[in-house]
Each structure stands twice: as structure tokens, then as C-alpha cells.
Design a protein around this ligand. Structure first.
Ligand SMILES: Nc1ncnc2c1ncn2[C@@H]1O[C@H](COP(=O)(O)OP(=O)(O)OP(=O)(O)O)[C@@H](O)[C@H]1O
Length: 256
């Protein structure tokens, strides 16, 4: 097994005093591993991603990325990590090229024009290069976010619902691209999605969060088998609905 690139210990985040939205969360990510972060709406998935990016600070607990403490070493860490989301959109008044050139300059990318053209073509939005970003369809904008995230050749990709809004054909191509990036470059990923098909195809391991706590952890096959479910989608529904005491095998003590 490879080395850890992310390690999270007893992470807690309260936006309002004594109302934690992330509560005692511990996990790690190995180099080249794809980890799915699952859970119902409001479980705390996006907050975890924001904590990893240093966009918000923990109330308590420890985050270490590439052996460096976050958010203290945010600048060094962000040179080697990137983020894509179907919802965090780039400035709408700039063209696709202008947006990507701005990020390429920020990241100090060598030969940015070639790189941008190659990434846009891989994600099949090459013809949109001179279009104003605000005029892209939702699926095109999600792919643009992924292009931005790949510009600095990250060792870790944080992906917040990267296939939301994509049609099945493009979603399949995005999953293939992600699998290829892992195989060729050993990129590690944390992947949030409400699409269980995505998760089964892309992720080696899943963490299921509920009310900010870790409820279940394992490979998609393991967790489905241990709860005697048909598939991950059925397990998701069971975990989201049932009381903790009715879920033998769940990890944390929830106070409901
Ligand atoms: N800036 C904030 N101030 C106050 N509460 C917040 C803030 N950001 C998130 N929250 C709350 O934290 C909780 C977790 O939100 P989060 O967006 O992390 O959930 P999620 O698991 O990503 O949900 P979804 O699946 O709906 O995207 C929610 O109850 C949300 O209202």
C-alpha cells in the first residue's frame, strides 16, 4: 500500500457554536487512491472539501496534506492539489480561453496554449474555447471546471459532484478520463457524488457521512456485502433513513 497524501484526525467544524456539521471525522487517503465521500444532503461533504482546501478553518482537529499542516501550509499544498465542482463556476464574463489562461498563469504552467487546447479537446469542449463562459451549458461548465483542475498536474484532485449535470455519454467519458489519470499519473482523488454508479466505477473506498459523522467505511463491494444490500444505491437509502441503533456495523455514535 502507498504512502498517505492526506491524513485527517478528529476533524470538527462548527459554523454555529455547539452545532457541528463535521464531527470527530478521521480518515486518510493514499497516493493514487480514489475515495468516495457519500452522504445525504447536508451531511458535511462539501464542508470537508472546503476544509481540505483551506477555504474554511477547522474548529478543532488536524489536517495534514503531503505531510504539511493545513491550513498553515496552504500555498505549498495548493501547488500540488486542485479542485473541480459542477457548482463552483469560473467568471462568467470571460471566455473559456481567458479563464484557463488566467489560471495557467497563476499556476506557472509551461506552454499554456498547447496544454489548454489538449485538455479542452480531451473533455470534448474544444469548440467552445472562444465562447463566453456564462453561455456554456451546465455540462460544459462542469467540464471546464475539470480542465481548470487538471492544469497544474495535481497529485490530488478534490472533486465535488464532478458529473452533476452531465449527460450519460459525457459522464461516462469523464469517468474514463478520471480512471486514466489515476492509471497513468497515480493521481489520488476525493470524490463526492450522489450518483452511485459513478462511485462504484471510480472509487476504491467509500466513507459514508451522516450529520457530519463517519457512519460506514470500506470498499463499495465490502459495504454493500456487509449490510446485505443489493447495491450501493439501496445501501445509501438504508443508511440515510435508518436510525443508528438499527445499523449494526455502523462506526460512530450519533446523538440524534
Ligand atoms: N457557511 C456556512 N454557514 C453556516 N452553515 C453552513 C455553512 N456552510 C455549510 N453549512 C451547513 O453545514 C451543513 C453541511 O453542509 P454541506 O454543504 O457540507 O453538506 P453536503 O453533504 O455537501 O450536502 P449536499 O449533498 O446537499 O451538497 C448544512 O447543514 C449546511 O447548512
Amino acid at each position: 500500500m502507498g504512502e498517505f497524501v492526506i491524513s485527517v484526525e478528529e476533524l470538527r467544524k462548527e459554523f454555529l457554536r455547539d452545532r457541528p456539521v463535521v464531527n470527530g471525522l478521521s480518515f486518510s487517503l493514499r497516493r493514487g487512491e480514489a475515495l468516495g465521500l457519500l452522504g445525504p444532503n447536508g451531511a458535511g461533504k462539501t464542508t470537508v472539501i472546503h476544509l481540505l482546501l483551506g477555504l474554511t478553518t477547522p474548529t478543532s482537529g488536524k489536517i495534514t496534506i503531503f505531510g504539511l499542516p493545513m491550513p498553515e501550509k496552504r500555498v505549498e499544498v495548493l501547488e500540488r492539489l486542485n479542485f473541480a465542482s459542477a457548482y463552483a463556476l469560473l467568471p462568467s464574463n470571460l471566455t473559456v480561453r481567458q479563464n484557463l489562461m488566467t489560471f495557467a498563469r497563476l499556476y506557472g504552467v509551461a506552454r499554456p496554449r498547447e496544454k489548454i487546447e489538449r485538455l479542452l479537446s480531451e473533455l470534448e469542449i474544444g469548440p467552445r474555447i472562444d465562447q463566453v463562459t456564462g453561455q456554456l451549458s451546465a455540462g460544459e461548465a462542469a467540464r471546464l471546471s475539470l480542465c481548470k483542475a487538471l492544469l497544474n498536474e495535481p497529485e490530488i484532485l478534490l472533486l465535488d459532484e464532478p458529473t452533476a449535470g452531465l449527460d450519460p455519454d459525457i459522464a461516462d467519458k469523464v469517468r474514463q478520463l478520471l480512471r486514466r489519470l489515476r492509471a497513468e499519473r497515480g493521481i489520488a482523488m476525493i470524490y463526492t457524488s450522489h450518483n452511485m454508479r459513478d462511485v462504484e466505477e471510480v472509487c476504491d473506498r467509500v466513507l459514508f457521512l451522516r450529520k457530519g459523522r463517519l457512519l460506514v467505511e470500506g470498499s463499495p463491494e465490502e459495504v454493500v456485502r456487509s449490510f446485505r444490500c443489493e447495491d450501493l444505491e439501496k445501501l445509501f437509502i438504508q443508511l440515510a433513513r435508518e436510525r443508528k441503533q438499527d445499523l449494526p456495523g455502523a462506526i460512530s455514535e450519533e446523538h440524534e
